[in-house]
Write a protein that binds this ligand. Structure first.
Ligand code: NAD
Length: 350
């Protein structure tokens, strides 16, 4: 833990042990340079608290980059509730309320929303004690609801920008696209791609998710261990982080990677491995900012859902085109070019 804290370039980490549940609460505030640190609350088990801290720190850094590429004035953070087992009922609500009180005590330094393991309904529970520092609550509670439809819309816009760059044609009709992970984002993305006339392949470890996907339209199911080697134009990781590593990159048979999963690159040098294989990588922190932009735009800037959709699609398509042009002009990979744009905005400040 000491080493992780010492080497991190973020602002602070708030750590609290929760005796009633034996959970650890970790709030990583990476940057408040552009505004309050905003990021989801992840609830899951980890081998140990160090692994949970490392996850919180990496995800918080990603949020800083993600939000710096949007037109919002927001910094990056992330919370992890590292739980010893799945919590339900009163035990779960108790932890969420105590966590909410901790968020409230930070006075807006950190603001949160749902992430892996927490739902929009959980945000209502957290808001009982955290007050106004909770986003993406259900529409019935005055929030903008689920972010996944905005995220999927952003991924589709990213795909169009990539195809435009590759072929001078942003249409997705007839293109073969593989979605890895038919969860919240993947489901919405599948719907959009089918509407756009793409030939969609899907892969998931959950048989029920695959059944629903098959019922949604003409899709081919690819077993999880064959997904990386499936021949397609675009590969869309919408499941886990770390999916692009030395072994998996060698197996890919796609022209480009464009997906929502956070932290897709296992190591920074994997960006160069993709480039060496001639595979265009659309940086995950750019392609997946649609969820945050759509929800925060509605909740903090008063956008209507229609305006939010237009801004998400337009923003991601333009930003990615800008990144790909900069990458070509400067001889950089797209990941490095996107970081450069985010760092420029961070250096300029608010
Ligand atoms: P989710 O948990 O609803 O869906 C993930 C899906 O991936 C599940 O169906 C799961 O069964 C599947 N999966 C897990 N392991 C797999 C494997 N090895 N191979 C194939 N499928 C596998 O999550 P989500 O909300 O859809 O988010 C997907 C990804 O996008 C996550 O990495 C998340 O952090 C990221 N993301 C989500 C949002 C959002 O708005 N929900 C925003 C930005 C980024």
């Amino acid at each position: 833990m000491e080493e992780l804290l010492r080497q991190w370039d973020g602002e602070c980490v708030v750590v609290r042990h929760d005796p009633p549940t034996q959970a650890w609460i970790l709030i990583a505030v990476h940057s408040t340079r552009l505004g309050p640190a905003i990021g989801g609350t992840r609830m899951r088990g980890y081998p140990g608290v160090s692994e949970a801290l490392e996850d919180a720190q990496r995800l918080a850094s990603g949020m800083t980059l993600k939000l710096a590429l949007t037109e919002l004035d927001a910094g990056g953070g992330k919370a992890v509730l590292c739980v010893p087992r799945r919590l339900e009922g009163a035990e779960r609500a108790g932890l969420l309320r105590r966590y909410g009180a901790l968020v409230h005590s930070l006075g807006g330094l950190f603001q949160t929303g749902p992430d892996v393991g927490t739902s929009a309904e959980d945000m209502d529970t957290i808001a009982e004690t955290a007050g106004p520092f909770v986003h993406s609550r259900p529409e019935g509670s005055g929030g903008a609801g689920d972010s996944a439809p905005y995220t999927a819309l952003g991924v589709e816009a990213g795909m169009r920008a990539v195809c435009e760059r590759l072929d001078g044609d942003g249409s997705l009709a007839g293109r073969r696209i593989l979605i890895q992970g038919i969860g919240n984002v993947g489901r919405h993305l599948l719907e959009r791609l089918l509407q756009a006339g793409a030939e969609v392949l899907v892969s998931d470890v959950d048989a029920r998710a695959l059944q629903q996907a098959a019922a949604a339209g003409a899709v081919r199911v690819v077993p999880p261990d064959e997904a990386l080697a499936a021949e397609c134009e675009l590969f869309a990781p919408c499941a886990l982080g770390g999916v692009l590593n030395e072994q998996s990159i060698a197996r890919l048979r796609c022209r480009a990677v464009v997906g929502s999963a956070n932290n897709q690159l296992a190591r920074p040098e994997d960006a160069e491995r993709l480039q060496a294989r001639g595979i265009l990588y659309a940086p995950d922190f750019l392609v997946s900012f649609g969820g945050a932009l759509g929800v925060l735009g509605c909740e903090t800037r008063g956008w209507s859902p229609q305006e939010a959709r237009e801004r998400v699609a337009g923003s991601i398509r333009r930003r990615l085109a800008e990144v790909l042009a900069l990458a070509e002009a400067e001889g950089l990979g797209p990941e490095a070019a996107a970081r450069r744009l985010a760092e420029r905005r961070l250096a300029a400040g608010r």
